[in-house]
Design a protein around this ligand. Structure first.
Ligand code: PLP
Length: 271
């Protein structure tokens, strides 16, 4: 089922700026027990993204109504995807002054669970760096499209993406945490990568436990110093990495310790 501006439909005009320029944002949310447990976090990120792109935020009520209708349409688990574009916009990059944002909300089945631990390789496709876009979940996802094709061709479960300064930033569809010298760290996302909802929640849970995770860059050449790695997103939760670039990693101690506090914080499907 799909709603365009709250109306059942499965098409948008060819003039939509999301289609023409990637001019918009999206959220992918886990539906669990008829609810979106991390809804407030998704809406907060979308609102913040709208501020950065100067895109009018449609409001919690309109979005909440769309999502509630999609959740009620069928029982069971699933995922909800909300796309917000700058709407129709003629020819040329300049955003029209009277732009009317368009929201597209859709429900999909959960992806196949796959293996519980991930064998992860290193993608050749790099992430472009731009302070204007760093952290945003914007619609321009060609880098991930190319990298995901690499992951399939190589037979990995997921691939790590580097920026042009040889830093490992994130996966094609996950953020990452790594353990180095017994310290749990996650790469900063100031000029590329998506500031994930699950990553944000994990940082909060760690801080509440009094053992904060640190934002620290991870150089590709230092990957052998990592003793543990796990990846996270709002649909899967947390998945530990068993193989990193052909090397077996140690037991997933840090990831295992996060399960109970994350379940208590709303990631109930991890319990
Ligand atoms: C490129 C990328 N990075 C990170 C994430 C994790 O974001 P979230 O925790 O909000 O799902 C995703 C999620 O799909 C992603 O596509």
């Amino acid at each position: 089922m799909m709603l365009v501006d709250g109306i059942p439909a499965n098409a948008v005009p060819a003039t939509d700026r999301g289609l023409n320029y990637g001019d918009g944002l999206f959220e992918t949310m886990r539906l669990h027990g008829g609810q979106v447990p991390l809804l407030a976090r998704h809406l907060a990120r979308l609102r913040a993204g709208c501020d950065r792109l100067q895109l009018a935020y449609p409001g919690d009520v309109a979005i909440g109504d769309d999502l509630a209708r999609l959740a009620a349409a069928a029982p069971g688990e699933g995922l909800l995807r909300l796309v917000l574009t700058r709407g129709d916009g003629g020819r040329g990059y300049a955003p029209p002054a009277d732009a009317q944002p368009r929201r597209i909300a859709a429900r999909y089945p959960l992806p196949a669970a796959g293996s519980t631990t991930l064998a992860v390789g290193i993608c050749k496709t790099r992430l472009g760096q731009s302070a204007a876009l760093g952290g945003l979940k914007h619609l321009g996802r060609l880098e991930q499209v190319l990298a995901a094709a690499e992951v399939i061709a190589a037979g990995w479960d997921e691939g790590l993406m580097l920026d042009s300064d040889e830093h490992i930033v994130e996966g094609t569809r996950h953020n990452l945490f790594y353990v180095r010298d017994e310290r749990l760290c996650t790469p900063p996302l100031d000029d590329c990568g998506v500031a994930g909802v699950m990553r944000g929640l994990i940082l909060e849970v760690l801080a509440a436990q009094g053992r904060p995770g640190t934002e620290a860059p991870l150089r590709y050449h230092d990957r052998h110093e990592i003793s543990e790695m796990f990846m996270c997103n709002a649909v899967a939760g947390v998945r530990s990495v068993s193989r990193l670039d052909g090397r077996e990693l140690g037991a997933a101690r840090f990831a295992a310790a996060l399960r109970a506090p994350l379940a208590a914080a709303g990631v109930a499907w991890l319990a």
